[in-house]
Design a protein around this ligand. Structure first.
Ligand code: SIN
Length: 521
């Protein structure tokens, strides 16, 4: 394999965590592996709600941490919850200084949205539903002014090189159809900040390329994966036939929008005292049940917002317009969709993975903040806090230096993922490893994943997807209880006491998969 030696720190990904870390590391030279043009294709830019932070004087980091722990259903690490919530305010002020135009009230204070399972309105927002896009735009402006940051646009990481337990390189391919032979980049340290796994599911709110590849490549290199079974389904993805499904932010329900069905029934009131603002897993299961029963669940914003939705929630209004829905006069059809992976590459409180010289932040990481059910708008916050922690950790081992810009030329030689195999994998995950799971479905998913993997051995990118799919499914099979977003119809109760976080290597997950395949043969 062709290789390039560099003094740059290699950052896999180009979303919020990647950019924030790259800025923090300056003037240390970094190279960011960005599959699309910078700012495009990252989940962070699609985040609508905003960043959770106790900015109101009546609110507190302690209350935010308590809500985080409660939402996580017994599997949040309280030390991590305290760490992240205590730093939240400082990061909002820093993002503001970097140019993020957060919504302000007449007195100059931050306007805050209310989202499910928060005791206060504490989600700092931009133009209603533009938080992710606007934060990213402000940071990308700063990247352009920072010469230490090189962005390799159109490249995708597919493998890690490991020597004696230490990560020494990242193999990249041209992201354009992934037909090129991989090139190994050997840098001074590696930070994985490359997104989650939502696109492994056929119904998802995640950008098209986000299919668990970063978790998969780390798992294939031997990294420990935590909480893989905990996948969050968003209750109000628009059910309009688009892939990915456009999101209708939870902030709309914070404004008073209600959930109804084709019979006009407001079903959440009977299910939870907080009705539409019940924890996200509860609302997602209710929406899923309505869809399964053919009752066509809908989000009704008419009384809460009327015409104002167009100016106050432009992303939602645009998606409605594209699909000939007028939300001022019509309810929006919705479905539960894979939205956020709470699990990921296990990290300690310094953002370090189980392999040395490897740091992870953002959705690909499993820090212990989210437990079995992430509190709304804690995702961007976690990315910010751990991007800085990772950058500061890397800075202690990588000296300030200068480095030439990297020039990569790709030659043919790679196998792109087969679109039919990807579609089959995604349908398997939605059908058998989705909102409600049982042993039969999970076992049949493991067999299907094994078959797809065996038939597609030459596409490394596809192997990264099947690695993550295997980990999610094997962990879901192992967890014989229902907890947070992990719902087993054959084990409906939550086991007593605090939940234990799962930790699995790919080798462990493959052993479970082999056993299931053997039983069936
Ligand atoms: C939303 O705006 O509903 C999503 C926010 C999040 O997933 O944190």
């Amino acid at each position: 394999m062709k290789s390039i030696q560099t003094d740059r720190i290699v950052i896999v990904g180009a979303g919020l965590g990647a950019i924030y870390a790259a800025l923090r590391l300056a003037p240390r030279p970094v190279v960011m592996i960005s599959p699309e043009n910078l700012g495009e294709g990252a989940s962070s830019a699609w985040a609508q709600g905003g960043v959770a932070a106790a900015m109101d004087t009546a609110d507190s980091a302690q209350s935010h941490a308590a809500d985080t722990v409660k939402a996580g259903d017994g599997t949040v690490d309280p030390t991590v919850a305290d760490l992240v919530t205590e730093e939240a305010r400082e990061h909002i002020l820093h993002l503001t200084a970097l140019g993020t135009p957060f919504d302000r009230n007449a007195g100059g204070g931050y306007v805050m949205s209310r989202e499910a399972a928060h005791s206060y309105a504490r989600v700092v927002r931009v133009k209603g539903d533009q938080a992710g896009a606007e934060i990213m735009a402000a940071l990308i402006e700063r990247v352009k002014e920072t010469p230490s940051i090189q962005v390799l646009e159109g490249t995708m990481a597919v493998d890690l090189e490991v020597s004696d337990g230490r990560v020494t390189g990242v193999a990249v391919q041209s992201a354009n159809e992934l037909r090129s032979a991989p090139v190994m980049l050997r840098g001074s340290a590696v930070l994985l900040a490359g997104g989650g796994s939502g696109g492994l599911y056929a119904v998802t709110t995640n950008p098209p390329r986000i299919r668990g590849q970063v978790i998969g490549l780390a798992a294939r290199a031997g990294a420990v994966i935590s909480d893989a079974e905990f996948v969050q389904f968003h209750p109000t993805a628009m059910d309009v036939g688009e892939d990915p499904a456009p999101l209708a932010t939870e902030a709309l329900r914070g404004e008073g929008a209600i959930l109804t069905n084709k019979d006009g029934e407001r079903f959440m009131q009977a299910l939870h005292p907080d009705a539409e603002l019940a924890p996200r897993d509860i609302v997602a299961r209710a929406i899923f049940a309505q869809s399964q029963a053919g009752l066509r669940p809908m989000l009704d914003t008419r009384d809460a917002l009327g015409e104002a939705i167009t100016s106050q929630y432009p992303a939602v209004a645009d998606a409605c317009a594209r699909n000939a829905i007028d939300p001022a006069t019509q309810p929006i059809p919705v479905a539960a969709a894979a939205h956020y992976h709470m699990g990921g590459i296990a990290t300690d409180t310094h953002g370090r993975a189980s392999l040395s010289n490897l740091w992870v932040c953002g959705e690909a990481a499993s820090t212990g903040l989210h437990g079995a059910n992430r509190l709304a708008s804690n995702g961007l916050l976690e990315a910010l806090v751990f991007a800085r922690i990772c950058a500061d950790g890397i800075a202690t081992v990588v000296p300030e230096t200068t480095a030439e810009r990297i020039r990569v030329s790709f030659e043919d030689g790679g196998t792109p993922p087969d679109p039919d195999a990807v579609a089959e994998l995604r349908h398997t995950m939605t059908g058998c490893v989705g909102v409600v799971r049982d042993a039969n479905g999970l076992k049949s998913a493991l067999r299907k994943i094994a078959d797809l993997e065996a038939a597609n051995q030459t596409s490394v990118s596809f192997l990264n997807m099947t690695a993550t799919a295997t980990l999610i499914t094997a962990s879901a099979l192992k967890r014989e209880e229902s907890r947070g977003a992990h719902c087993r119809s054959d084990f409906p109760d939550t086991l007593a006491g605090d939940g234990k976080r799962s930790r699995l290597t790919l080798r462990d997950a493959l052993a479970i998969r082999s056993q299931i395949c053997k039983e069936a043969s």
